[in-house]
Ligand binder design. Structure first.
Ligand code: XMP
Length: 529
């Protein structure tokens, strides 16, 4: 066995160091959105903890800082504070919401504790110019705050007001600014302009583009990898496929992609994925391990147990294939490629961000073992999913590959609540295919994050022709989402729902009833298990 215990070195993150905005994370739910907005403007940004030390932070080449919103009140005991070296650095600073109050407090302004929280759309009035360059005299914004600043610190001017509330303050001499509202959310239409103005004040070159990332990363991958070979556990999903295409661009056939068919894939998926990847020129080995997975899952009904079996079996199958590849190839393989994204890094706490609760055991992208001999290559540890898609587009990858809906590692097994059986799996696969077909046929899927079928462990009575049936129910699950962390249920034309329902009960033996899942996340999760 090749993958014996040997702790790996830190994962290799490709992506040349870039001038950046560091976003000090005071815990707001919008923080990743700030980072994304800034990047959409062409500037690299990263979330950092308020406890980050000066040396680590300065290595990241910041040209400015954004202090995020957060749930604290500056009057709370233990409220998070601004690292003093940020204010002494002489670099521009933008405080947002709690960041504004923390700034005012630190610099000698006056913050008033809230009697009530202000939450919702508001308008603010300010003069065009500086941070507010290009804005109209009155603009809409999104407020979500408790405390507010009642007297700006010495040296600061009030640049805009929202009724009685101070909405924007600034000290143009020191380039320190603050907003009471959230510029990163859609309800603040001028938010991108304000962020752009701030980034201009910082002196950025606006050169964080997919093309630049592609060229720099390709070069860097060649340098890091030298003559080494890379193995990739390819799922056919967007992240692992773009990662594979990127590494293939850098090192050609020294990459080998292993695609494991765990038997839990959607209808036609294995064929579709192999065909597309082969057409892209990726060196691919398809492994059919479906019987092994299905035999182990038969009869299991506990969701966590199912996930565990699938995760562990995947590791074993992958290990065997990796062994074979290492054995068959002179020089072997020294790197494992994974499509890990920035939100995964932030949420696992290793990026210095907040620790999210683990709701389900998400095995990592390929479900790879923790102890192995390979070094991990994770070129997307700094990217958001939309950046990965843009990168794929930049490399000329087909849209149908880049716009695929996310599909969980444990596959259809987590859409089959109750005892697992291969027969139920086949039923679900057919029902799911109909949901996908009808939605895609109308182009509705472009607005959806995920759309799929679920087979319920519930039987109900029905009539088909003259016959009484006693069969299972299927559910239609469709959600919109930015990143899978939260999700909403979109409106779907009723005739589409009826068509799906009719087709499923007519075409899928074993289903005589179809229901619609109408729950958002939270309180539900997207998957049923
Ligand atoms: P939940 O069900 O937690 O799902 O709301 C959020 C998003 O994550 C996907 N998901 C997974 N992806 N391995 C994955 O690679 C997993 O084990 C897994 N579980 C859920 C889910 O499809 C949704 O997009």
């Amino acid at each position: 066995m090749t993958m014996q215990v040997e702790k790996t070195a830190a994962p290799v993150t490709a992506g040349v160091d870039h001038e950046s905005v560091l976003i000090v994370d005071f815990g707001s739910q919008y923080n990743q959105l700030i980072a994304r907005r800034v990047r959409e403007l062409g500037v690299f940004s990263e979330l950092v903890s308020p406890s980050i030390d000066r040396e680590t932070a300065l290595k990241k080449q910041p040209l400015g800082f954004i202090l995020s919103g957060g749930p604290d009140s500056v009057y709370d005991e233990g409220a998070r504070t601004i690292p003093p070296w940020i204010l002494e650095s002489g670099l521009p600073v933008l405080g947002i919401c709690y960041g504004m109050q923390a700034l005012a407090q630190a610099l000698g302004g006056k913050v008033e504790a809230a009697r009530t929280r202000e939450y919702g759309c508001a308008r603010f009035e300010g003069a065009d110019g500086g941070l507010l360059k290009g804005l109209s005299a009155s603009e809409q914004c999104w407020m979500s705050h408790g405390d507010h600043v009642v007297a700006p610190p010495p040296g600061f001017e009030t640049l805009a007001r929202s009724g009685e509330t101070i909405a924007v303050i600034g000290d143009a001499r020191r380039n320190i600014y603050a907003l009471q509202f959230h510029p990163e959310v859609e309800h603040t239409p001028c938010g991108a302009q304000i962020l752009r103005n701030f980034l201009e004040i910082c002196g950025f070159h606006f050169d964080w583009t997919p093309r630049a990332f592609l060229e720099e990363t390709t070069e860097e991958l060649r340098r890091i990898l030298g003559g080494e070979r890379v193995l990739c556990a390819l799922s056919g999903g967007v992240d692992s496929t773009v990662a594979a295409a990127l590494v293939h661009r850098a090192i050609g056939d020294r990459l080998l992609c292993i695609f494991v068919d765990n038997g839990l894939l959607r209808k036609g998926e294995r064929e579709w994925v192999s065909e597309k990847l082969t057409a892209m020129g990726l060196p691919l080995r398809v492994v059919d391990a479906s019987e092994r997975f299905l035999a182990l899952l038969e009869g299991i009904d506990d969701p966590e147990r199912k996930r565990k079996i699938i995760g562990e079996t995947f590791i074993r199958v992958f290990e065997e294939e990796a062994d074979r590849a290492v054995h068959d190839t002179p020089g072997g393989y020294s790197f494992l490629l994974q499509g890990t994204l920035y939100p995964d890094v932030v949420e696992s706490g290793s990026g210095g961000g907040t620790l999210a609760d683990l709701i389900k055991t998400h095995h990592n992208v390929g479900g790879l073992p923790e102890d192995h001999k390979f070094r991990l290559l994770e070129p997307f540890r700094r990217l958001f999913k939309d950046e990965v898609r843009r990168l794929g587009r930049e490399m000329g990858m087909p849209a149908e590959m880049l716009e695929r809906q996310p599909f969980p590692g444990p596959g259809l097994a987590v859409r089959l609540p109750g005892a697992f059986s291969a027969e139920a799996l086949d039923t679900l696969r057919e029902a799911d295919a109909i949901v996908r077909e009808e939605i895609e046929a109308r182009g509705l899927h472009r607005g959806f994050w995920q759309y799929f079928g679920v087979l319920l462990p519930v039987r109900s009575v029905g009539v088909m022709g003259d016959r009484r049936t006693y069969s299972r129910a299927a559910a239609i699950r469709v959600v919109t989402s930015q990143d899978g962390m939260t999700a909403d249920v979109p409106e779907i034309p009723f005739e589409v729902l009826k068509k799906i329902s009719n087709r499923i009960v007519n075409e899928v033996p074993g289903v005589n009833r179809v229901v619609l899942d109408l729950t958002s996340k939270p309180p539900s999760t997207i998957e049923w298990e």
